[in-house]
Write a protein that binds this ligand. Structure first.
Ligand code: IMP
Ligand code: MG
Length: 179
């Protein structure tokens, strides 16, 4: 383990098993429908790729880029859209795929924005949830892991754009961001 990490929080085997389980639930819940999976770049890229490959439904993909953090470990509360979806979502069943819900600001903004475009339905699927940090009322429809209030990196999650390529999810050593 790299010296920047305090500990492994979730191993790659635990991630793979849970992603399969959640994918099976989504496949069952949407039987007979086709679904548009929206990837929120960049943090959910590995989760999105693994999840969608375990789904047994006719599905389409689209990508959106949102920024809510600066270089620090706490949300600015301000959400900025960097890239919108390529296609309209009118009449479609949409699942937003996110890496982590912290204050909930990012997803409540996104859910409001996408709901205004008249989809047939809209649900949230998140890899991680930190409910103890919530500032707005938001509950994910699908969640792989509920975690304590610690800053985590790996499997897509970054600190200052680093560590996204790590295979496991780690608690970042606070020394890295208190320097
Ligand atoms: P929210 O708007 O406060 O819910 O923040 C959500 C966004 O903050 C996520 O999409 C992440 O990019 C980032 N974030 C929140 N907590 C963490 C963490 O522990 N590690 C890495 N990024 C995080
Ligand atoms: Mg981030």
């Amino acid at each position: 383990m790299k010296k920047d990490f305090a500990k492994v929080l979730i191993t790659k085997e635990e991630i793979a098993a849970k992603v399969k389980e959640v994918a099976a639930r989504i496949t069952e819940d949407y039987k007979g429908e086709s679904v548009l999976f929206v990837c929120i770049l960049k943090g959910s890229v590995h989760f999105y790729s693994d999840l969608t490959r375990e789904i047994d439904l006719p599905l389409t993909m689209d990508f959106m880029s949102i920024s809510s953090y600066g270089a620090g470990t706490t949300s600015s509360g301000e959400v900025k859209m960097l890239k919108d979806l390529d296609k309209t979502i009118n009449g479609k069943h949409v699942i937003i795929v996110e890496d982590i819900i912290d204050s909930g600001n990012t997803l409540s903004y996104l859910k409001r924005l996408l709901s205004s475009r008249q989809p047939a339905s809209i649900k949230i699927c998140t890899l991680l949830d930190k409910p103890s940090r919530r500032k707005v009322d938001l509950t994910p429809d699908y969640c792989c892991f509920t975690i304590p209030d610690e800053f985590v990196v790996g499997y897509g999650l970054d600190y200052d754009e680093l560590y996204r390529n790590e295979k496991e999810i780690y608690v970042l050593d606070p020394a890295v961001y208190s320097e």
